[in-house]
Design a protein around this ligand. Structure first.
Ligand SMILES: *[C@@H]1O[C@H](CO)[C@@H](O)[C@H](O)[C@H]1NC(C)=O
Ligand SMILES: *[C@@H]1O[C@H](CO)[C@@H](O)[C@H](O)[C@H]1NC(C)=O
Ligand SMILES: *[C@@H]1O[C@H](CO)[C@@H](O)[C@H](O)[C@H]1NC(C)=O
Ligand SMILES: *[C@@H]1O[C@H](CO)[C@@H](O)[C@H](O)[C@H]1NC(C)=O
Ligand SMILES: *[C@@H]1O[C@H](CO)[C@@H](O)[C@H](O)[C@H]1NC(C)=O
Ligand SMILES: *[C@@H]1O[C@H](CO)[C@@H](O)[C@H](O)[C@H]1NC(C)=O
Ligand SMILES: *[C@@H]1O[C@H](CO)[C@@H](O)[C@H](O)[C@H]1NC(C)=O
Ligand SMILES: *[C@@H]1O[C@H](CO)[C@@H](O)[C@H](O)[C@H]1NC(C)=O
Ligand SMILES: *[C@@H]1O[C@H](CO)[C@@H](O)[C@H](O)[C@H]1NC(C)=O
Length: 618
């Protein structure tokens, strides 16, 4: 595929230490291909597992969620490792807070769960850019992701070497919980069949984690996907949902591999998009298919067992550009807030027929929920009024990636050179949604999915502001390479290119109060407080009469709200981020469009029940 393949090889040979020494394992986990079973400490074994992404649950709640998964009767959990969270800029690693992967693995081990690790480097996961750091496409828009293109392979190998060195003490062989490590992720459906890339990924995993580590691949259960997604010597698994005839569903896999059968993503729920109805998978269908899988002797991972939340700006999008909302509840057996739903109870009951469920004392329970009621929000400033962090001054716009401003909001500002009335502002390069004002007067929005031009009016030397919202990068398919954000082409006003931009990062948390006037249109920061009650608990924020924006509580970025779009109406506020009883919690909201405040003041509401199944509008 690439002429530089040889170069890549030469690079790998010089960089990688090769594990020629004999490994000594404390414990063993193997695949017995002939007997179609796993062997755990030499005994036949099959697993029932569930997916939980540690980055989507506050670390304080990992133990709660994992304990509930153990209680459900699971043997193992499966998690992705998002490269972009852990390596925010080249060679700079982040493993704290919700990125503390070692703590997560240790907690899983403490609870008695095995781990199926999916380090990618590509993870899909409805996570920004499928887990890729946006610096991969900085300057080099032509880099071919998920191939042996050295501009991709070199940083990927560096990252995986670092990660595997850190995690090797957690392999089953070394006494830890990790029984299997996935190579790539549904690579067969990517459409690029670079076996050199696969070979490199296998090599780096084995050279650091040891020859004994069980590596696996996961692909759709069709021959075409299995052709490109699998690799000799790497254990192949498939994924499929409810309603399939199990023996038929495994047939394409059986044709290429004798061995235990594994469904690595048995869909017990499904993902949502803004503007599309909340997805659901029926419990009856799950129980029927899960029973068939278990009777067939298969191992299974339920995707997702607990979906959690794509906090802050971490949600992804599917092509052409369908954006996933903040909630990743996924209609999973454990809800976004970790509640044990009727789906959870039904699965636990079924698993109890196949194995001895571990008794638990105390029995896990749903979290406490708080019903605080209305919180009055006060306008503190228009976001464009206040101090920004200037990233660049440039004749023409620069993309967010080239500014090393991976996520969030970027302000593009220029001066108008003359007076304009109802002039056509053409922002065809908007990625993804822009909020436009002239001298602080809100003009409207442009959106890559809706309209990319807008009539504006303004005078000579007045300031034109385009606040650009990156709504999350595409995480799936070949369009993953076209993922630049901000303004990616010139902006014209009545067909004339606008020049001389000042480009800044804006942070709603850095805004100081400048204007106490209550009503506002356009991007505006509001603040409110509420007192922590005697017993802390989870809650859900509602935004009636608000339009679209971002919620922060005590400095934690809890994600995007957009109740007018649906289906997600409320945002999850986990108890873990609240201050101690009696203290005042601070809420900050960046409302991007408008809040109808004439009627009843602009309150938000903190309630004890979620609503992620509201009406939608496209
Ligand atoms: C971009 O690609 C070119 C050519 O392969 C390379 O010389 C350059 O270092 C790359 N830049 C970055 C930022 O990776
Ligand atoms: C599933 O397919 C197999 C093979 O085609 C068939 O023998 C079996 O009856 C089917 N099972 C069900 C439940 O339809
Ligand atoms: C736990 O929460 C779920 C989802 O809200 C609910 O269906 C279930 O009844 C709750 N369980 C208990 C014991 O309250
Ligand atoms: C706009 O004009 C003002 C006044 O001349 C100047 O201070 C400012 O830097 C200009 N802004 C941009 C983005 O060029
Ligand atoms: C935009 O301005 C043009 C003239 O520049 C006018 O023809 C058109 O009606 C305006 N559109 C709107 C929606 O105001
Ligand atoms: C905006 O610019 C793009 C790219 O130059 C062009 O294709 C499109 O027709 C323009 N739209 C309007 C309304 O001028
Ligand atoms: C903007 O236009 C200039 C002049 O035509 C061109 O050189 C430049 O590449 C364009 N920039 C973008 C981001 O399209
Ligand atoms: C405050 O905002 C109002 C309207 O939103 C505006 O008329 C007024 O000029 C602003 N005051 C200051 C000091 O910015
Ligand atoms: C929302 O606005 C409507 C009218 O615009 C008003 O009747 C209603 O009370 C408001 N709701 C809340 C919860 O503030």
């Amino acid at each position: 595929m690439f002429s530089n393949t040889l170069l890549t090889f030469a690079f790998l040979l010089t960089v990688l230490p090769v594990a020629f020494f004999e490994e000594t394992c404390k414990r063993t986990f193997k695949v017995d291909y002939d007997k179609r079973t796993f062997l755990k400490d030499s005994k036949p074994f099959r697993y029932v597992s569930g997916s939980l992404h540690y980055t989507r649950v506050p670390p304080e709640l990992w133990k709660d969620r994992l304990t509930k998964m153990k209680y459900a009767g699971l043997d193992a959990i499966q998690t992705y490792v998002p490269w972009n969270l852990h390596e925010p800029s080249p060679g700079l690693y982040h493993f704290e807070g919700n990125a503390d992967l070692e703590l997560f693995l240790q907690t899983a081990a403490d609870v008695g769960l095995l781990v199926l690790l999916r380090p990618g480097p590509y993870i899909c996961a409805e996570w920004d850019f499928g887990g890729f750091p946006s610096w991969l496409i900085q300057q080099n828009a032509s880099t071919v992701l998920r191939t042996s293109d050295p501009r991709f392979m070199k940083p990927a190998v560096r990252w995986l070497s670092f990660l595997y060195e850190k995690l090797k003490k957690y392999t089953y062989c070394n006494g830890g919980p990790i029984i299997m490590v996935q190579i790539e992720n549904e690579y067969g459906s990517y459409g690029v069949c670079d076996k050199v890339y696969m070979k490199n990924l296998v090599k780096i995993a084995k050279s650091v984690l040891g020859e004994s580590i069980v590596l696996y691949t996961t692909d759709g259960n069709v021959a075409q996907d299995l052709k490109c997604g699998t690799y000799p010597g790497v254990f192949a698994t498939v994924d499929f949902g409810t309603g399939q005839n199990v023996s038929q569903a495994f047939q394409p896999l059986d044709q290429m591999q004798k061995g235990p059968r594994v469904n690595s993503e048995f869909y017990v729920g499904w993902l949502d998009y803004w503007g599309s109805p909340h997805a659901k998978v029926s419990t009856a269908a799950i129980i029927k298919s899960l029973k068939n899988l278990l009777d067939y002797g298969a191992s299974v991972n339920m995707y997702m067992f607990e979906g959690g939340t794509s906090f802050a700006y971490w949600n992804g999008a599917d092509p052409p550009f369908k954006v996933c909302p903040t909630s990743y509840d996924y209609d999973a057996p454990l809800s976004e807030a970790g509640d044990m739903t009727s789906k959870f109870e039904a699965i636990r009951k079924l698993l109890g027929k196949y194995k001895q469920l571990s008794p638990m004392n105390p029995v896990p329970k749903n979290s406490t929920k708080l019903n605080i009621g209305p919180v009055k929000m006060t306008k503190i400033a228009s976001i464009t009024d206040t101090k920004h962090i200037v990233l660049a001054k440039s004749v023409y716009p620069i993309s967010q990636e080239d500014l090393s401003q991976s996520m969030g909001f970027t302000l593009y500002r220029t001066n108008l050179s003359e007076r304009f009335y109802q002039a056509i502002l053409n922002v065809s390069g908007i990625r993804d949604r822009g909020y436009i004002s002239v001298n602080g007067l809100y003009q409207g929005t442009v959106d890559r999915n809706e309209n990319t031009f807008l009539n504006i009016s303004g005078g000579k030397d007045q300031v034109l502001d385009i606040l650009v919202e990156n709504q999350g990068r595409i995480n799936f398919g070949s369009q993953i390479t076209q993922n630049r954000k901000g303004l990616i082409s010139n902006v014209t006003l009545n067909n004339r290119i606008l020049k001389n931009w000042e480009i800044s990062r804006v942070d709603p948390l850095l805004v100081n109060a400048v204007n106490k006037s209550q009503c506002a249109k356009g991007p505006t920061v509001f603040e409110g407080v509420f007192k922590s009650p005697r017993e802390l608990g989870d809650m859900f924020a509602y935004f009636p009469n608000w339009t679209k924006g971002q919620l922060f509580v005590n400095g934690y970025n809890l994600g995007r709200y957009w109740p007018k779009k649906g289906p997600q109406i409320s945002l999850y506020i986990p108890s873990a981020i609240l201050l101690s009883p009696g203290y005042h919690n601070t809420i900050r909201i960046l409302e991007l469009e408008e809040v109808d405040c004439i009627q009843k003041g602009h309150n938000i509401y903190l309630k004890n029940v979620p609503d992620i199944d509201g009406p939608t509008s496209l």
